[in-house]
Design a protein around this ligand. Structure first.
Ligand code: BTN
Length: 257
């Protein structure tokens, strides 16, 4: 990764300042620690993570020198109840970038998995600090499997993970991917602050979840049904077998058919 080239190639607030670490526990944890005293748009990049974090307390496997591990500090003036839109926005920017760079028809699985051939090629983890029902800051963490080979992943995730290289048999410059991605994030972050409907509509265009039979595991319950839509805040609208509609704000979704 050429950090200087990335700095020069990025237009906008996100990526104006970049901190780079060869090894780190987790770029999200580091960004969280620095966020209060840093400007919006600070980017933390690492070549590898020792304690990469995934959603729902999972681990994000982070082999060195191959993939993208990035966290961004954001301070959006939006309501706490709209925070999921940050992740929806990032999923849109990542999908557009990866499609442009690779030509693969990558899609979004609700809420924010980047998938190809039903395998995960990237993930997003947003962590928030809030006070009095307001967002103090958000850390937007993005992991993208760029040049990793399946053998770089532990056996138990080899049948659910993939990478740009694995799918195209080509290597990609992470510097180029990051320049494209940061520019796309700058663009869509503006849209989030000004016209959120455009984000949700774009997400719907890029998802492969709507219309599918799905299973959703939430903290309390498990639901099965047809994924009908997402609402204006990014919540999933599920049509249950008994015809009832259920709104789900957060959960783990599996596509059944
Ligand atoms: C998921 O479970 O899908 C979310 C994965 C998010 C991984 C990224 S890698 C960079 C940042 N730092 C972390 O520890 N996690 C996120």
């Amino acid at each position: 990764m050429n950090i200087e080239k990335i700095r020069q190639g990025v237009k906008g607030n996100i990526g104006r300042e970049i901190l780079f670490y060869p090894v780190i526990d987790s770029t999200n944890t580091a960004a969280f620690e620095k966020a209060l005293n840093s400007k919006e748009g600070l980017v933390i990049l690492a070549e590898s993570q020792l304690k990469g974090k995934g959603r729902l307390g999972r681990t994000w496997v982070s082999p060195p020198g191959l993939n993208i591990y990035m966290s961004i500090v954001l301070k959006p003036l939006i309501e706490l109840t709209d925070a999921t839109l940050i992740t929806i926005m990032a999923a849109v920017a990542c999908t557009i970038t990866l499609r442009k760079i690779s030509g693969l028809e990558i899609t979004i699985k609700w809420p924010n998995d980047l998938i190809f051939r039903n395998r995960k090629i990237g993930g997003i983890l947003t962590e928030l600090k809030s006070e009095h029902k307001k967002i103090v800051f958000a850390v937007l963490g993005i992991g993208i499997n760029v040049n990793a080979d399946l053998k770089d992943f532990p056996e138990d995730i080899r049948n659910i993970a993939t990478s740009l290289r694995d799918e195209t048999k080509k290597s990609f410059s992470r510097t180029e991917v990051l320049i494209e991605l940061l520019n796309e994030l700058n663009k869509w972050y503006e849209v989030l602050l000004t016209n959120r409907k455009v984000i949700v509509d774009k997400w719907k265009e890029l998802t492969s979840t709507i219309g599918k039979k799905v299973k959703v595991v939430t903290v309390q319950e498990t639901f099965e049904g047809i994924a009908q839509d997402i609402d204006e805040k990014g919540a999933l609208i599920l049509k249950l077998q008994n015809g009832e509609q259920k709104k789900i704000i957060s959960g783990d979704l599996t596509i059944l058919s």
